[in-house]
Design a protein around this ligand. Structure first.
Ligand code: SER
Length: 320
């Protein structure tokens, strides 16, 4: 990786990934790709180059690749699971027509491509506990359909054209910089904001609903480590199971309560979010990622909770 384009650089993952890549590869070598409705701001804008890179407009991707001699693309453009259910055509347009555009440009300009998949790529028929790397993937959500298609199309471009495509199946990602928007796992971010603001949290997901989760620094490390991995070691490509922890709402509530003893939570289950969550695994087996590129998360529930609370208090200027 010498010159990198991050598509979706102002989103939840992109905003932090871009800065980390700049730290490691040099500010001038990492282009923050954005769409006009989500302009880079602050440090993201000032620390390096940025350019319009709209996956639905192939030419815009091509122009950036040519201008900056891009050799690696992180394609993070997607609608999350809940919003994709209300805008399925848009989810497909961004997730799959967009991916096609990225892969075509990558083929022409010889770029490696990282496009995340998700725990959403599984479905009701998938073994739920310790979900294997290679297993049934028959999701019924549009988000899941686009993620399975992402995996297949990315593999296709690798076997057919030799495009260096790689991917992970991200679990719910918890972060304190840019909030996620429209995902099923968003509650695990929102709960921290309530805790820090001293508000009661109203949880949209039922007690006992376990999902895999990961703290953002680990998610970023996963994306970078996989792209840096020696290709000869990779038996899989699109996409690796990765996880750092699995909890239900009660588990994260108790973890926060350890540091915020007065914290309160009540349940008001959102039927759409719940039905999506019920179709996803409880816990992933990520041994292939550990064996093939030494995946190893740093944060567990307790260390993440402590760090999230500290960072959010600073961000929201709340002393406690
Ligand atoms: N965080 C995503 C969602 O909830 C899952 O990959 O949609």
């Amino acid at each position: 990786m010498k010159n990198i384009l991050v598509i979706g650089a102002t989103g939840q993952i992109g905003s932090e990934l871009t800065l980390e890549l700049r730290k490691r590869y040099g500010d001038d070598h990492v282009v923050a790709g954005y769409i006009p409705s989500a302009l880079p701001q602050g440090i993201l804008k000032s620390s390096g180059p940025s350019a319009i890179a709209d996956v639905t407009d192939r030419q815009s991707i091509e122009v950036v690749c040519r201008q900056f001699k891009i050799d690696t693309i992180y394609n993070l453009a997607a609608l999350l699971s809940v919003v994709a259910e209300s805008r399925p055509a848009m989810a497909w347009k961004i997730g799959i027509d967009g991916l096609w555009n990225v892969l075509e440009v990558a083929r022409e300009y010889n770029c490696a491509v990282f496009t995340p998949s998700s725990i959403g790529s599984f479905g009701e028929a998938t073994p739920r506990v310790n979900t294997p790397q290679d297993t049934i993937q028959r999701p019924r959500t549009m988000y899941g359909v686009t993620k399975v298609t992402t995996e297949l199309l990315s593999d296709y471009y690798y076997t057919k054209y030799g495009v260096d495509t790689r991917s992970v199946r991200f679990p719910g990602i918890i972060s304190n910089v840019t909030p996620p928007g429209g995902g099923t796992t968003d509650y695990a971010v929102d709960i921290f904001y309530s805790a820090v603001k001293g508000e009661k949290f109203v949880c949209p997901i039922k007690e006992g609903t376990f999902m895999d989760m990961m703290y953002m620094p680990d998610a970023i490390n996963a994306a970078i480590s996989l792209m840096e991995a020696a290709p000869a070691r990779l038996k899989h490509r699109n996409a690796f199971n990765v996880t750092a922890m699995s909890f239900d709402p009660e588990g994260i509530f108790q973890a926060i309560k350890k540091y915020v003893p007065d914290f309160e939570m009540e349940y008001s289950v959102d039927p759409l979010k719940q039905s999506i969550a019920d179709s996803w695994p409880n816990s992933l087996d990520d041994s292939c990622a550990r064996n093939e590129w030494d995946w190893q998360p740093q944060f567990d529930l307790d260390s993440m909770t402590k760090d999230m609370l500290e960072k959010l208090r600073v961000k929201l200027n709340i002393n406690q």
